[in-house]
Each structure stands twice: as C-alpha cells, then as structure tokens.
Design a protein around this ligand. Structure first.
Ligand SMILES: *Cc1c(COP(=O)(O)O)cnc(C)c1O
Length: 423
C-alpha cells in the first residue's frame, strides 16, 4: 500500500489546492473513536468527520443495511421510480423532530442543499423575499448559502457576487456581547429586523441553535424562545439549522429541544446517515406541501443506499441511546476541559452541550482572539495522535466532536493528549 507521504505527493499533483485537509495522513480504516492511516498510525477521533459519524465509522447496522441495499438496487431516482426507504426516513424524521404538529419531509444530498430548499419552501409558502441570518452563522458553500454564511475567509473570499435579500443581525454570544441575557439579545436582533428589513418582508429566520463553524456559540437562555415567539407573531418561518447539532450530538435528538423550541422547518444532514451523503428538510405540513408537485427534488436526493444507512443509523441511536452517550461524553470531557482552563489563562471559556464542546483561546487577560495559539495547540494534538478541529469567526476556538460511539478508554486517551498539548 502507498504511504501517506506518497499519497500526499500524488494528491498535490491531482487534487485542486482549494480543497484542504486537516492532517496530511491518508486513512486506511476507522471505527469507534479511532482513525488509522495507511502507515498504521492512529488518531483518536475528536472530529467525527465534522459531526457526521455520530454512530461511529462503519457502524455494524449501517454496514449491514448498506450491503443489503447495494445488492437490491443502487439508484432509480425517487422522482422517477420511488421506494420504501425514502418514505420510511421521512416518517422517522417527522416523528423524531420537535413539534407535535403534522409534518412532511424532503430529502437531499448535502447540508447546503437542505438549507437552500428550506429557503425555497419558506419563500414559496409566504410569498416574501427576505431571509434573516445571524453573525457568525455557517450554512454552507453554494451561492445562496455563502450569502447566508458570515465568515469571508475561507468560505466566501472572491466567490461573489452573492444571492440577495439576505440580512444579518447580531447573535447572542454571551462572552462577546457583554453577557446580554437572551431576551435582551433577541430584542436587539428583532428591532434591527423590524427597522431595517420589515417583518412583513421576511420569509424566514434561519438560525443554528448552537453555532457550529462560527465557534460553538451557545446563545443565552431565552434567546431562541424569544425569536421563536416573534417569528410566530410576525408570520415568519422559523428555520432551525440542526445540520451540526442534530442526531443526539448535544444530548438530545435535536438541540432545539433543550429550550422546548419547535421550529417550523428543520434542516438536517451530517449525523443523519452514519457517513453516507443525505440531508433533509422536515417541517410543518402546510409549509412543506405549499410547494407545487415537482418543485422540489434532485437526481440523487434520498438515494436508496443513503436512506438505508439513515434508517440503520437512527436505529443505532435509539438502540444504544446515543443521546445519553452524548451527555456522558459531555460530562467527562467538560470536567477535563474546565480543569485545563483553570490552569491556563489562554482559555477564556469552555462551552457547548453534550458531545459538542469547545474552548475559546485568547491573549491572557483580554478578549483578544489568539488564532496562532489555537493553531499551535491543535498542531500539537495532531502530532501526538489526536484529531481535533478549530472553528470560529476569529479562528480561535478548539472544538471537540467525538463519535458518540467512542469508548471511555479512547475518550480518556484523547483528553490526556489534549491536556499535554496545553503544556
Ligand atoms: C456543515 C453545515 C452546513 C453545510 O452542510 P454541507 O453538507 O457541508 O453542505 C450547513 N449548516 C450547518 C450548521 C453546518 O454545520
């Protein structure tokens, strides 16, 4: 087998430079909480392929379901000749997502595609043009979703012009907004919407209940419920982007459940199918069914292999109670992260929920972001065999997203490496 170094040489000659990688090691196999490269080196996995392999890599049920489906048929296109697994995934999403009302779902390939479709549905159903998003938001890399995403580098730089009728308002970010309470932070955002956009022009308010790429920003308690209440009164479709927070990651099936918020539409992807590409929009039947027949779809959306994987993943989450696993991981990890923070003034905050935790890194004694220190700690982790990711508008947040199937031993070893990386 070629070595990682040999593969990297080939990659540089074959793969476009614009596609980056966190580590220069090439994967041979992965499972539980460990990734092994072609040279036999191991990394404890605190990335889960960016919150995707919540059930673990090659989870047994997923492997079995995919194998069985591949042998039956690989693709007919649901818009041409439909099949049961697509319907079954939609039934499960309708039942699992918050809100006791009648729901419908539609399946797509990627998170960005789900977000685009949620906007299409909200605009169609309301007849209004505007979409409101938040500071630090991340919603994808297609043209519309770049417009919805906040951060320029690397996501938007020189890729414009971007889609119109997108308006950005302040997020609740307690560390950096003077600790505004949720209701006050929401009132500030709502006033801006009403004065600068006009509620009657707004089709959708789109928000990540805990921001992902933007820095694992957890809004103050009350922020999401206040926005939900305003959206209801204003006839605005409340869309929760749970693409990173979904599928047991935060200790609930969906992060909105934490404060009892019931979105009108939810966008889903990442953790849905154990690593196979699948995404969904799930929401109120009257909104979803407002769109004319044939108005939604795509060649691969709800591919039968991805649907089989999703059904097996959701079954695994239920069977192993991965929401409880996320809470357990969060308790163990949170304690270790807070201990590191107590001994290192560069860590200004430990935050997150369940198995979605982060540390924000600053110049000690200030709120000045320190992306260089963040990158150095991250590099030390990679060198010592722990795969971590960074995020945040200022590039100064270390984020931890282990597979929910990680073993206690792997989790402990990963946290030991992390502690050592702080020196
Ligand atoms: C990753 C992500 C997306 C985009 O998903 P892709 O599958 O990469 O297109 C959208 N929203 C959130 C919150 C995400 O974390």
């Amino acid at each position: 087998m070629a070595t990682s170094e040999e593969l990297h040489k080939r990659r540089v000659e074959a793969v476009a430079r614009g596609v980056g990688s966190t580590i220069p090691a090439y994967v041979d196999r992965a499972g539980g909480g460990t990734i092994t490269d072609v040279d036999g080196r191991e990394w404890i996995d605190f990335a889960a392929g960016i919150a995707v392999t919540n059930v673990g890599n090659s989870a047994p049920r997923v492997v079995e379901a995919v194998r069985a489906q591949v042998e039956r048929f690989t693709h007919t296109c649901f818009m041409v000749a439909p099949y049961e697994s697509y319907v079954a995934v939609c039934e499960q999403l309708n039942a699992l997502t918050p809100g006791g009302f009648e729901k419908r779902s539609a399946l797509f390939n990627s998170g960005a595609e789900a977000v685009e479709n949620a906007v299409k549905i909200a605009r169609h159903a309301t007849g209004r043009p505007a979409v409101v998003v938040f500071d630090h938001a991340y919603h994808g890399r297609t043209n519309l979703t770049m417009a919805l995403t906040a951060k320029n580098m690397p996501y938007k730089h020189r890729f414009g012009p971007f889609a119109g009728e997108v308006y950005r308002v302040p997020m609740s970010y307690p560390l950096r907004d003077g600790g505004l309470d949720g209701a006050t932070a929401a009132a500030r955002s709502i006033e801006m919407i009403e004065k600068q956009v006009g509620a009657e022009n707004v089709a959708a308010l789109l928000i990540e209940p805990i921001q992902g790429e933007g820095g694992f920003v957890v809004p103050a308690e009350g922020f999401l419920p206040a926005l939900r209440e305003w959206a209801t009164a204003a006839g605005v479709v409340f869309v929760a982007d749970e693409i990173q927070t979904g599928f047991c990651r935060t200790g609930d099936w969906f992060a909105c459940e934490h404060e009892g918020v019931e979105p009108d539409l939810i966008t889903l992807a990442k953790g849905i199918a154990g690593g196979l590409p699948l995404a969904a929009v799930t929401g109120r039947a009257d909104l979803m069914d407002a769109v004319h027949v044939g108005g939604l779809g795509g060649t691969y959306g709800g591919n039968p292999i991805a649907c089989a994987a999703a059904l097996a993943s959701m079954e695994t989450m239920r069977e192993l109670d991965l929401a409880a696993a996320a809470r357990r991981i969060g308790a163990v990890m949170g304690e270790r992260l807070r201990a590191i923070a107590a001994g290192d003034p560069r860590v200004v905050e430990v935050r997150g929920r369940g198995a979605m935790l982060a540390m924000e890194i600053v110049v000690p004694g200030t709120l000045t972001p320190d992306p260089a220190a963040t990158a150095a700690i991250s590099a030390a982790c990679h060198a010592a065999g722990l795969l971590t990711l960074t995020c945040g508008t200022y590039g100064n947040v270390l984020r931890f997203l282990p597979p929910l199937a990680i073993s206690d031993d792997e989790l402990g070893r990963g946290l030991d490496i992390l502690a050592a990386a702080f020196g």
